[in-house]
Design a binder for this molecule. Structure first.
Ligand SMILES: Cc1ncc(COP(=O)(O)O)c(C=O)c1O
Length: 500
């Protein structure tokens, strides 16, 4: 097993110039890379603000903003009358390997997932278990103002049924933003829904029959498993690498065997692995499915929350045959509670619209109007920049805390977007026991077993980095580290006794 190191080739490269990043963020990224490389070491004094201003030809306020961002990321600290200093070496943990699930379709029973999520939701815990953004990071005041405006402007319409495909100005905004994901979609190809999960549910229902098998990433989002269960579908887990995504070789084998009716994945910064395939692999993936005429349900809920470069392409961008059913929402970027989502279902659109009508007739119009107004002129891009900055800082803080507090055998993902981390411990570790002990101490985590229909990943868990870093979270991470060490020490003593 590889141990934690302070350097990798991934972090030594300067990030590509990003049109979506402000100058101060690019400067902060460059300094972060210098810390990762070891050019700047713990305790080193950073160049003074004036010096960097003249050496790098940027304004004083830009340097100050960059230093503030590095403080947010927990990498540097300001000493009064003295300047800015590197806090600690940047630690880069080793990542989990490609998963290796059993090559067999499973009936899904994810009642454990539902129990776990209810416990996490209801308790007064440090919420590291549910993948929810902090309300402090969302533009709640602006959305509330817009809701008021909408109600005043549309006093009658606000109470009307809004038949599928849904509110046209929202569909227009969705189609416009999908251009950034490489998709050419018209507003009439979009249907609005009550969130991504409804889009996924309708899409699965549109392309499968009970008893069919659906190929999925392993591990995968537990909400997808719950949808498969309710629709009486079987799940075939495919080996998945945290960086490269689903194994195309394994996908090809199951396609050739004609075993699967559909494939369902989270395409960008997946939950829980944080995977984002390259464009090349995305294209191969879509083409492979098209050769076998197998539809793909694409959940792209995290696509706009990337940390480097530009927005990653959607799988839909490579869809020549209308076989990709694209699903997303504003739950991770604006408001999970407004329940505004959408689907672009290609050749299955009429079916999805009909199912939407049968299942719950319409999507409530006021939230759709509010979100449409925000997307049109609420400063969405500015908000996204702030949100990405916050998620990136929080992910970094959480990764550093894992390196500091968890045992050296820990592996953790290093996603370039989203806000969840997947933690893997040695094979005999019991993450469900950890979950229960942690919950007693008011800390929630999501145990690995809920992300797999075959009950794999008993030694893993998922952490939410969607919350602003705080003393409380730092202490919770320390406590988790202690609980992990205690369990591992107990197992070592036990196996020594059994062994002799
Ligand atoms: C991958 C993924 N898909 C869907 C959802 C649910 O999205 P929504 O609230 O838009 O239904 C989540 C929420 O955590 C998620 O992580």
């Amino acid at each position: 097993m590889t141990t934690q190191t302070t350097q990798t080739t991934q972090t030594t490269q300067l990030s590509p110039p990003s049109p979506d990043k402000n100058l101060y963020e690019q400067i902060a990224d460059r300094i972060q890379h210098l810390i990762a490389e070891g050019t700047l070491q713990a305790g080193d004094r950073l160049p003074s603000v004036r010096k960097l201003h003249s050496q790098w030809s940027v304004s004083i306020s830009t340097v100050l903003e960059a230093y503030r961002l590095l403080e947010d990321r927990g990498l540097i600290t300001a000493r009064p009358q003295s300047g800015y200093y590197v806090k600690a070496a940047l630690k880069v943990p080793s990542e989990p390997q490609q998963s290796c699930p059993p090559p067999k379709a499973h009936h899904v029973d994810n009642s454990l997932g539902f129990r776990v999520i209810c416990a996490i939701r209801d308790s007064q815990t440090v919420r590291l278990g549910a993948a929810v953004p902090s309300m402090d990071l969302l533009p709640i005041a602006a959305l509330n103002r817009l809701t008021g405006q909408v109600l005043r402007q549309h006093q009658i319409l606000a109470h009307a049924y809004d038949l599928p495909p849904g509110y046209e100005p929202l569909r227009h905004e969705v189609a416009r933003r999908l251009m950034d994901a490489g998709c050419s979609v018209t507003p009439d190809q979009v249907v609005t829904t009550n969130g991504t999960l409804e889009s996924v549910f309708l899409s699965l229902r549109a392309v499968t029959q009970p008893g069919d098998t659906v190929a999925i990433e392993s591990p995968t989002y537990y909400g997808l498993l719950e949808a498969l269960e309710v629709l009486h579908l079987k799940a075939l887990e495919l080996p998945t690498h945290p960086r490269d995504g689903i194994s195309l070789a394994d996908l090809e084998v199951v396609l050739q065997q004609g075993k699967i009716a559909a494939c369902a994945i989270v395409s960008n910064f997946s939950n829980p692995l944080g995977t984002c395939m390259s464009d090349e692999r995305k294209q191969q993936f879509v083409e492979l499915l098209a050769q076998h005429q197998v539809p793909l349900i694409e959940d792209d809920i995290y696509g706009e929350v990337y940390f480097e470069g530009t927005r990653p392409k959607a799988m839909k961008a490579f869809d020549q045959e209308g076989l990709v059913l694209y699903c997303s929402s504003c739950s991770k970027t604006l408001s999970p509670g407004l329940r505004v989502g959408w689907a672009v279902a290609g050749r299955y659109q009429a079916k999805v619209e009909q199912l939407k009508w049968v299942i719950n007739q319409t999507t409530a119009i006021v939230p759709q109007m509010t979100v449409a107004a925000f997307l049109a002129n609420g400063g969405y891009d500015r908000h996204l920049r702030q949100l990405r900055r916050a998620y990136q800082s929080q992910m970094l803080r959480m990764t550093q805390a894992i390196c500091d507090y968890f045992p050296a055998e820990t592996h953790v993902t290093r996603p370039n977007g989203g806000h969840v981390l997947w933690v893997e411990l040695p094979p005999n570790f019991d993450a469900l026991a950890l979950y229960e002990l942690a919950l007693q101490q008011q800390i929630s985590i999501a145990p690995g077993a809920i992300f797999s229909p075959s009950g794999s990943y008993g030694n893993c868990f998922r952490l939410n980095a969607g919350l602003p870093w705080s003393e409380e979270i730092d202490q919770a991470m320390q406590r988790l580290g202690e609980l992990i060490r205690q369990q591992m020490a107990g197992r070592r003593i036990w196996s020594q006794k059994v062994g002799g």
